[in-house]
Design a protein around this ligand. Structure first.
Ligand SMILES: *[C@@H]1O[C@H](CO)[C@@H](O)[C@H](O)[C@H]1NC(C)=O
Length: 464
C-alpha cells in the first residue's frame, strides 16, 4: 500500500512529461520547412559562386556558378539538381560549346519543364539546353542582337517563349524570343517606357502571359514595367512604381509574377533601419496593378536586405534576406490566407555562418525549396534544399496519431512502473523473511537491538 501511494504521483509525472515533450513538436510541424539536403558542386572550388543564381521547376533545379574557372577564367558553370535514389543531388553539369573565359555563364538561370536557359552576360549570350531522355543537350546559343550590353543578365522562360534582359544596353532593353521547331527567333525588343527607371531589364519574370521587367538606377527607387501580348506583339500594360522610398532602393532588383499577383523586392531600401530592404505584394484588377501589402519578417533589422530574391509559387511567397545576422542570411515564407499574405515561417541554414549569404537567390518547386548560399566556403557556394511543413490535417486527424502514441507510451510506462513495484515487493518480502530467519538463529540476550538501546540511553543521559 505504501509503495502504491509513491508510484501513483510518479506515473502522473511521467505521463505529463511525455505530454509536454510531444506537444511542441506537433505545433511546430504545421509551419516549419526543414532542411533536407545541402549541395555543393561536384567540382566545387573557392570563388566560383555556386548558388549565385537558382531556378526551379517542379522537381528540378538549375544552379549557376558564374565565377567558376573550370571552362576558363571566370567562364562560369551551371548544374542540375534533382532527386535521384531518394536524395537531392547534383545530377548533371551543363556543358555547352562556345563557353569561353570571362563569359559569366550562370549569372542568371531559369527552367521550365525540359528547357533550361543560362545567361552569360559578359559574352552577351544566352544558352538553351533541353532534356533529351535524361541528357541535357545544348539547343542554342543566342547571341545579343546588336551586341546589346548585359544581354543575359536576367532570363525567364515559359513554354516556347524566352525573355532576356540587357540592362546595360543604353537605358536597358528586353528581348523576347519564340521557339518554333527547336529554333529560337527574335519576336520583339522592348524598350523602357518613358516612366521606367534606367537599367531596364535588371530582372525579368514571365508566367506565360505577363512579362514583368525590373529597372532601377541611382536617380529613383526603381520601377517594374508589365507587358502583355497584344495584336501579334507585346505592349506595355502598366509601369509600377515603388510605394515609397529613395533613389537607389533597387525596387525591381528582384521580381516574380504569377497570374494576378506580383512580388517586387527593393533590397537596398532603408526605412527605419538602414538597408533593411523591403518586399511588396501587388495585385492586378483588370489592367491596374495596386499595392496589396508590404511583406516583412517579424523583426526588421539593419542590413537584412530583404527582397534580394523573391519567388511566387504554389507553396506561397518566398523572400530572401541575405544580409540577415551579419550576412548569414534567411528567407521568410508567406502564404495567401483569405486574401491576405500571412507570414508562416522563416528558413535559415542549420549551422549557418557569418557571410554565407543564404537567400541571395532562391527558387521553389513542388514541395521543395532551393536556397542559394554562395558565400559559403570562400564563395565556393552551396544550395540548401528544404522540405515543406507536414500538410495541415483536420483537427481530429491531426490528433489521432500523437494521442494513440501517447496512450501506447503511457501503457508502457505503467507496465514498467508496475514491474518495478512488484520487484521491490519481492525484494522486501525476501529481506523480511531473511531477517526473521536470522533473528531466530541468534542467541537470546545478545541482540544488536540491545546494544543499540543502551547506546541511545547513554546518548540521551549525556544530552540531559
Ligand atoms: C510574337 O509574340 C506575340 C505575342 O505572344 C505572338 O502573338 C506572335 O505570334 C509572335 N510572333 C512570332 C513571329 O513568333
Amino acid at each position: 500500500m505504501a509503495v502504491g501511494s509513491i508510484t501513483g504521483p510518479f506515473i502522473v509525472l511521467a505521463l505529463s512529461l511525455l505530454l509536454a515533450s510531444l506537444q511542441p513538436s506537433v505545433a511546430a510541424s504545421s509551419t516549419a520547412w526543414t532542411e533536407i539536403a545541402e549541395i555543393k558542386a561536384s567540382d566545387a572550388s573557392s570563388y566560383s559562386a555556386f548558388g549565385f543564381s537558382v531556378a526551379a521547376d517542379a522537381t528540378t533545379a538549375i544552379v549557376g556558378a558564374y565565377q567558376s574557372n573550370k571552362m576558363g577564367d571566370d567562364a562560369g558553370a551551371a548544374y542540375i539538381i534533382s532527386l535521384k535514389n531518394d536524395h537531392w543531388q547534383q545530377t548533371a553539369e551543363l556543358a555547352g560549346s562556345g563557353i569561353a573565359a570571362q563569359s559569366a555563364f550562370g549569372k542568371a538561370v531559369d527552367i521550365d519543364g525540359d528547357t533550361v536557359v543560362v545567361g552569360a552576360p559578359h559574352d552577351t549570350a544566352v544558352y538553351v539546353f533541353v532534356d533529351v531522355s535524361g541528357q541535357w543537350l545544348q539547343q542554342a546559343k543566342i547571341q545579343a542582337p546588336g551586341s546589346a550590353a548585359g544581354f543575359g543578365s536576367s532570363v525567364a522562360v515559359s513554354g516556347d517563349v524566352l525573355v532576356i534582359g540587357a540592362p546595360q544596353a543604353n537605358a536597358g532593353r528586353v528581348f523576347i524570343f519564340h521557339r518554333s521547331a527547336g529554333v529560337w527567333m527574335l519576336n520583339t525588343t522592348l524598350s523602357p517606357p518613358s516612366e521606367s527607371a534606367g537599367y531596364f531589364g535588371a530582372a525579368v519574370a514571365f508566367d506565360s502571359y505577363s512579362v514583368a521587367v525590373g529597372a532601377h538606377d541611382s536617380f529613383s527607387p526603381g520601377t517594374v514595367s508589365v507587358f502583355i501580348p497584344r495584336s501579334g506583339s507585346w505592349a506595355v500594360q502598366s509601369v509600377v512604381h515603388a510605394p515609397s522610398g529613395h533613389a537607389n532602393d533597387f525596387f525591381g532588383g528582384a521580381v516574380a509574377v504569377d497570374g494576378e499577383h506580383m512580388l517586387v523586392g527593393a533590397s537596398h531600401h532603408s526605412g527605419d533601419h538602414s538597408l533593411s530592404g523591403a518586399a511588396y505584394a501587388f495585385t492586378r484588377t483588370g489592367t491596374v496593378w495596386t499595392l496589396k501589402q508590404t511583406l516583412e519578417p517579424d523583426t526588421v533589422a539593419e542590413g537584412q536586405m530583404l527582397g534580394a530574391s523573391v519567388c511566387l509559387c504554389e507553396a506561397g511567397a518566398w523572400i530572401g534576406m541575405p544580409g540577415y545576422a551579419e550576412n548569414q542570411g534567411a528567407a521568410v515564407v508567406f502564404k495567401l490566407k483569405q486574401g491576405r499574405w500571412t507570414r508562416t515561417a522563416m528558413a535559415t541554414a542549420t549551422g549557418g555562418d557569418v557571410g554565407d549569404l543564404f537567400g541571395f537567390a532562391l527558387a521553389v518547386g513542388a514541395d521543395v525549396a532551393f536556397v542559394g548560399s554562395y558565400g559559403i566556403d570562400d564563395e565556393a557556394g552551396r544550395v540548401l534544399v528544404f522540405g515543406p511543413p507536414t500538410a495541415p490535417t483536420a483537427p481530429g486527424d491531426g490528433n489521432n496519431l500523437p494521442m494513440s502514441m501517447l496512450l501506447l507510451l503511457g501503457i508502457a510506462a505503467f507496465i514498467l512502473v508496475a514491474l518495478v513495484v512488484v520487484l521491490l515487493m519481492i525484494i522486501a518480502v525476501g529481506l523480511a523473511l531473511a531477517l526473521i530467519a536470522l533473528t531466530s538463529l541468534l542467541p537470546r540476550g545478545s541482540s544488536v537491538h540491545g546494544d543499540g538501546e543502551e547506546a541511545l540511553e547513554t546518548l540521551l543521559s549525556t544530552a540531559v
